[in-house]
Design a binder for this molecule. Structure first.
Ligand SMILES: [Zn+2]
Length: 143
């Protein structure tokens, strides 16, 4: 075992907000009339708690990192999220080892069309920013 490196190239956008939302949910399932009580009179549990959940359709534990037609990349140690097409990923590169990968680009990849598709996909989740520019991101990770 030693240090290994992973490198990914992604054509898309870097989100400015995480694809998670905070939601207030009931802790216990006792049916109670609405009121100002903080604790359940039947079981003593707190009535409400705030949970952080991924936005609809996004599964952060997905093995292939797909979210709909796109790929999501995030760093384990940061809040950065990238969404787009993921042409190449090189994994577990050891010291002094060279790897290369290539990807056949979709016929004349239309960046404007990709930007429109990303906007259509991300905007309903409040994750689109009109200042976003679709870029080629090269993301390295040391593990
Ligand atoms: Zn209860």
């Amino acid at each position: 075992m030693g240090v290994s490196y992973r490198v990914k190239a992604l054509i898309g956008v870097k989100l400015t907000r995480s694809p998670f939302v905070e939601e207030t949910v009931r802790v216990c399932s006792h049916d109670l009339p609405k009121g100002d009580a903080a604790f359940c009179p039947k079981c003593g549990e707190k009535l409400w708690t705030v949970e952080t959940k991924p936005v609809a359709g996004y599964d952060p534990d997905s093995m292939d990192n797909f979210w709909g037609p796109f790929v999501v990349h995030s760093h384990d140690e940061s809040e950065d999220y990238y969404v787009g097409l993921c042409p190449v990923e090189l994994g577990d590169i050891s010291y002094a080892e060279n790897q290369e990968g290539s990807y056949e680009l979709p016929t004349l990849l239309d960046i404007g069309k990709l930007a429109a598709e990303l906007k259509e996909f991300l905007a309903p989740h409040g994750l689109w920013d009109d200042d976003f520019k679709v870029k080629l991101w090269v993301i390295g990770n040391v593990g």
